[in-house]
Each structure stands twice: as C-alpha cells, then as structure tokens.
Design a protein around this ligand. Structure first.
Ligand code: COA
Length: 295
C-alpha cells in the first residue's frame, strides 16, 4: 500500500492510560516551570501524582505550581533552586520530603540552550550549558537517589536527538546531552539492583515550546522542511512527550531501564530522503527484478 503522507494523530493521554495510575505518587521535576517539563509534570499529575517543580525564577515556578494544582486537582509546590548549586537542590529535595514524605519519580529536565557556532562560543558559554544540563542532572540524581531507592522509583532525563549526528551551532548542547544520556545509562545499571529505573526521553522537533520558537525561525518554509523530514508527517507536540512520560513511569514499563526513547516521529532515521518518498521504488516489477534469484 502506498504511504498516504497524512500526519499521525495526536494522542490524548487521558484516553490511553487509566486516570489514577499515579495516585499517591510524588514527582520531583527540575525545569518544571515551563515548556516540555511543565507539560510532563501536568500529565503525571493528571494521573494522580503530587509534584514539586524546581526552577531558578521564583515568580515563574510559583505561578506554574498554582496553575498545575488548579488544573489537576493535585498538589504542586514550587521549590526554587538553580540545578548548578547542589546545596540549593538538596534544600529543594528537603522541602519536597517535608511536604510529601517521599519521592517516587524524578524528571531531570532543567536545560539551557541557544544557537552559536563553536567559533563564537566563549569558554563560559560552553561551560554554562554543561553545568546546567549535565552537572545539573548529576546534582539532581545525587540529591534524590536516597529517596528514590526507598520507593524503588524511576528517573526520566530529558535529552535531545541532535547529538546523534553533528548539528551545527549546537556543540555545547550536543556535548551536554551526550553526557546526560551516559549518566542515565550508568544510573540504570548501578541502581537497577535497588529496583530503580532510569530512562531518557529525547524529544525531536516539538512545536509548541519556547525552545522551538527561539531555536528556529518558525517560518512556513522551515516548518515544511521539518515535516517533510519526519516519517510520521508532522511536528511533535507536548502531548507526545507527556504520553511517553506516563508510559515510562507506569508499571507498563517495569522492565524497561537504561533506554533512550526518541519522541521524534522517526525523523532521526530519515536523513537525506525527505517526504514524499520517490514512488519508483514501489513499482512491483522493479521490486521483483531486484529480488529475482540469479540462475
Ligand atoms: N550566543 C553565544 N553565547 C551566549 C548566548 C548566545 N546566544 N547566550 C548566552 N551566551 C553566553 C553568555 O554570553 C555568557 O558567556 P560570557 O560570560 O563569555 O559572555 C554565557 O553564555 C552565560 O550566559 P548567561 O546568560 O550569563 O548565563 P545564565 O546562567 O544566566 O543563563 C542560559 C544561561 C543558557 C540559561 C541563558 O543563556 C538563557 O537564558 N538561555 C535561553 C533560555 C533557555 O535556554 N531555556 C531553556 C530552554 S531549552
């Protein structure tokens, strides 16, 4: 059957997963004040969990926590911290424990990004992104692991797909996210015997985020190029990442750990052959001649 090139449907999480699968669970999420991590937090809360979100800007996370609580009927608290500061993170964890008594799920999502060529990237700029993304992830793991062991909980690290191959102007982020992927894998292997799981979600082009609007011009031409390089025929959506989050934290993923799950519509594997695919390769006679045995 010839491909239709129709966009894949966007799946509503509540339609797919049982509503209360996370009842009584507690999520600790860095970067939860906005963007992808906020959407991940909201979806986990919609399935019954309470949450603590961590961010640098107190007014932003306070407002986000209020809105998340109102939207989900669960409790979300704002814990101000810069993930680069281990002491502040430990205080955020202590505040979470004081409020909820435990931590089941951790999302390591705080990240920094901007477009810059290596030639225009100062040492401080490079170090800043490594410190937020990679060392921030390490700090978050260190601060939470004693509690996550107690609940035999689960980590999700928010990474990217851009470092699988070279992406221009993203040297700092590529190096940082490669480190995040490695940390998650080692965490999974070391903590598996304690019943703790660790996985990575690697979002591709997700349209409705601050990062996407900042990192790309968002011109119609750029959008078309992204869609045409995505086998599922559309730009990603916050719900796509949120659904992967619910799956990975749920018991359905109980035997899945140390994995990287790209949420990118298959685009990572489609380089150099944009949609629509050339139809000549589908010609039945042509295919037959290709597989005809040599006598
Ligand atoms: N191009 C080149 N260098 C840049 C840059 C850009 N677009 N943006 C920041 N830098 C450099 C700064 O010049 C500075 O280096 P310098 O001291 O040599 O001049 C270094 O990066 C640190 O930047 P600064 O803004 O002082 O650090 P910060 O800790 O306050 O914030 C970021 C770091 C990455 C969070 C900040 O650049 C930022 O706000 N980015 C956009 C928001 C964001 O990334 N959100 C996450 C969505 S994924």
């Amino acid at each position: 059957m010839a491909p239709t090139h129709q966009a894949a449907p966007i799946v509503d999480s509540t339609a797919v997963f049982k509503e209360n699968i996370f009842k009584g669970k507690v999520l600790f999420c860095t970067g939860g004040g906005s963007g992808i991590c906020r959407a991940m937090t909201e979806t986990v809360m919609r399935h019954g969990a309470d949450a603590a979100i961590v961010g640098r800007k107190l007014d932003r996370i306070t407002q986000a926590a209020k809105e998340l609580s109102e939207a989900t009927g669960q409790t979300c608290i704002a814990t101000q911290a810069d993930v680069r500061d281990p002491k502040l993170l430990q205080e955020a964890v202590a505040k979470t424990i004081a409020k909820f008594g435990k931590i089941d799920f951790v999302i390591c999502g705080a990240a920094g990004n901007f477009l810059a060529p290596i030639s225009g990237l100062s040492e401080n700029a490079f170090r800043t992104v490594i410190e937020i993304d990679t060392i921030g992830t390490y700090n978050t793991i260190k601060a939470t692991i004693p509690y996550v062991r107690k609940t035999q909980g689960s980590y999700i690290h928010v990474s990217a797909t851009l470092h699988y191959r070279a992406t221009p102007y993203q040297a700092h982020v590529s190096a940082a996210k490669a480190g995040v992927d490695a940390l998650s894998a080692v965490l999974a292997v070391e903590e598996g015997p304690f019943g703790v799981r660790s996985n990575v979600i690697a979002p591709g082009a997700i349209g409705d985020t601050e990062g996407a609007s900042r990192l790309s011009a968002q011109s119609a031409e750029h959008r078309t190029r992204v869609v045409n390089s995505t086998p599922l025929g559309r730009i990603g959506n916050l719900k796509d990442v949120a659904n992967a989050t619910v799956f990975l934290f749920s018991d359905a993923a109980a035997f899945i750990t140390s994995q990287v799950i790209p949420v990118d519509g298959g685009s990572e594997h489609l380089r150099g052959l944009p949609l629509p695919y050339p139809t000549a390769v589908l010609d039945p006679e042509g295919v037959k001649s290709l597989i005809k045995p040599r006598l």
